[in-house]
Write a protein that binds this ligand. Structure first.
Ligand SMILES: Cc1cc2nc3c(=O)[nH]c(=O)nc-3n(C[C@H](O)[C@H](O)[C@H](O)COP(=O)(O)O)c2cc1C
Length: 158
């Protein structure tokens, strides 16, 4: 059974977008149909039909979501839709130099989505820009395990 996956990208300087592009190249094989959407201009309505989402977001400011993600994040906080038909994963990009707020952009999305009833599949992937690893390489390895968890869930709920 093919999985339909929407990757939502929150980025300031393009790293999260690069990660999403690599994931799309890796995953979009007929078994997984991937749609990648920049968060610019989105609001909570993007989740209205439900389904499987992957949040791919960096962190800025005082542990905030990036500028292009602000509208979506704030819309979730104010509209507070019921997201019980949404399953999601999170790739959070950050830098441990910002110890207090490490990867908070992705963590903020995780908190609001789960508060609204969406179900996270797997653990959040945290990437540390100061670690010397390439986020797109770490993500491609991580996503293989994540997709197999998604397939298991899809079989259980089919
Ligand atoms: C001005 C600035 C502020 C940042 N603030 C944080 C932060 O609070 N916490 C964190 O974990 N990373 C922080 N980062 C690191 C970025 O989230 C990280 O470099 C990320 O990979 C950038 O991805 P992007 O190009 O998709 O925006 C900050 C980076 C910059 C340049």
């Amino acid at each position: 059974m093919a999985l339909d996956l929407t990757i939502l990208v929150g980025t300031m300087t393009g790293t999260a977008q690069l990660v999403a592009q690599e994931l799309e190249l890796t995953l979009d094989d007929g078994e997984v149909r991937v749609r990648t959407v920049m968060m610019d201009g989105l609001d909570a309505g993007v989740f209205s039909v439900g389904g499987l989402f992957l949040i791919c977001s960096s962190t800025y400011g005082q542990g905030d979501v990036p500028d292009n993600a602000k509208n979506l994040y704030e819309s979730l906080q104010t509209a507070r839709p019921d997201l019980s038909n949404v399953q999601y994963g999170v790739i959070a990009l950050g830098d441990r130099t910002y110890a207090e707020t490490f990867c908070n952009g992705g963590k903020r999305f995780d908190a609001i989505l789960s508060a609204l009833g969406a179900r996270r599949i797997g653990e959040i992937m945290l990437h540390d820009a100061s670690a010397g690893t390439m986020p797109e390489e770490v993500a491609v390895t991580w996503v293989a395990g994540w997709i197999s968890l998604c397939r298991k869930e899809a079989r259980l709920t089919a």
